[in-house]
Design a protein around this ligand. Structure first.
Ligand SMILES: Nc1ncnc2c1ncn2[C@@H]1O[C@H](COP(=O)(O)OP(=O)(O)OP(=O)(O)O)[C@@H](O)[C@H]1O
Ligand SMILES: [Mg+2]
Length: 361
């Protein structure tokens, strides 16, 4: 396994216009723009770590589908930190201490230093969005704070999609989100968002950022409203930034070029992170589904007469309930309700027919 990177990653910035030291005790909004694989998430992880080291907390809220946020569990720097996993209602973490995300309360923030809500800890995307919205809304109720919470949103557009789910229109969801982000500092919320696309939400969020971080932007380059940046940075150089390089523009107009170390724990593409960090969620919904399937198979064998095969059972369920259970699956369920299959010759053809275990007929 690729284990490049640093246990104690650092970054440096060479300011080309103005000069600014990032104060990690402040609720900063950092927005990082770049094409896929340009090093956006690795950079946000480093920014989150800096907030943690300055006494803040990390909430890795909107992970990618593959559970990238879970990689914090193998960060050596977080050994002396409490990590809590936020998970869906129908998920059992099997021995690992977690918090049901829909029950998240402000006082839960005292229970840990790093909170991770990762897609594999939910039974569906819907459930993940509902849960994340709840956590997000709860955090905005913080009226006093002494430590900022750095929220990582690994794809800014996902935040908007999740809000659209709970608001009557896209316009309302977007207006509310922009309002929440504008007010975030009052609740002590720092945000690190990344985006690959130049969507409309990006422009509104970008206007609120304290630090705009540009990674390799690929062929399409900067969105039109940022073209002025080309007067300071060579377009060609921006297009060829390596994953460890970035350009940075502050709210006050300071500009600089920087480089950073890859956090060693950062999830690599294709890696099975759940296995590596030893998280083994059990999904109850899947179990409920299989109970339902078992019921259908039971109903089929009680209804079908004569000689029939698992394929007949499968077709019967499809016709009666519109649910597809493959004949191989039917075979497994049959055994659980005391049936099996055996080879019989029917009309000169060998077929596997269903029979009750222990019944010789
Ligand atoms: N500072 C760095 N130094 C060296 N390599 C890096 C650095 N940052 C990132 N990389 C390399 O780039 C890869 C992709 O990084 P990362 O996952 O942060 O990209 P991304 O822009 O978030 O991608 P995506 O858009 O797919 O989410 C890493 O797995 C690593 O190999
Ligand atoms: Mg990423």
């Amino acid at each position: 396994m690729d284990r490049r990177g640093k246990d104690k990653p650092e970054f440096e910035i060479f300011w080309t216009r103005g000069n600014r030291k990032i104060d990690f005790r402040k609720p900063n909004i950092i927005f990082s723009l770049g094409r896929r694989g340009s090093g956006k998430s690795a950079f946000l992880e480093l920014m989150a770590l800096k907030h943690l080291q300055a006494g803040g907390k990390i909430l890795d809220l909107f992970g990618s589908k593959d559970g990238e946020g879970l990689a914090w569990l193998r960060s050596p720097l977080t050994k002396d930190k409490e990590i809590k996993l936020l998970h869906g209602n129908l998920v059992d973490l099997q021995g690992r201490d977690g918090i049901q995300a829909t029950k998240f309360k402000l006082s839960d923030l005292d229970r840990g230093d790093i909170f991770i809500s990762a897609s594999p800890l939910y039974t569906s995307m819907d459930n993940e969005f509902d849960s994340v919205n709840h956590v997000f809304d709860t955090l905005w109720k913080r009226t006093y704070w002494d430590q900022p919470v750095f929220i990582i949103v690994r794809e800014a557009a996902n935040l908007l999609y999740s809000r659209i789910k709970i608001r009557p229109s896209q316009t309302m969801a977007k207006a509310e989100l922009v309002y929440m982000l504008r007010e975030s500092r009052h609740s002590g919320l720092a945000l690190g968002l990344d985006s690959t696309k130049h969507t409309s939400i990006d422009i509104d969020i970008r206007k609120l950022t304290d630090y705009l971080v540009l990674k390799n932007l690929g062929l399409y380059g900067l969105p039109r409203d940022l073209w002025w940046i080309y007067s300071m940075f060579d377009p060609n150089a921006l297009q060829n930034l390596k994953p460890n390089e970035f350009a940075i523009i502050t709210k006050e107009g300071c500009m600089g070029l920087g480089s950073f170390d890859l956090p060693r724990w950062h999830k690599r593409e294709g890696e099975h992170i759940l296995k590596d960090v030893g998280v083994n969620p059990r999904y109850y919904e899947a179990e409920k589904e299989s109970e339902q399937a078992l019921e259908y198979v039971r109903e089929a064998v009680e209804t079908l007469t004569g000689k029939y095969t698992p394929t007949d059972v499968s077709e019967w369920i499809k016709n009666e309930h519109g649910v597809e259970i493959r004949p191989e699956g039917v075979g497994l369920y049959l055994r659980r309700i005391g049936y099996t299959t055996e080879n019989r010759s029917i009309d000169g053809k060998q077929m596997r027919v269903v029979k009750q275990i222990g019944n010789s007929c």
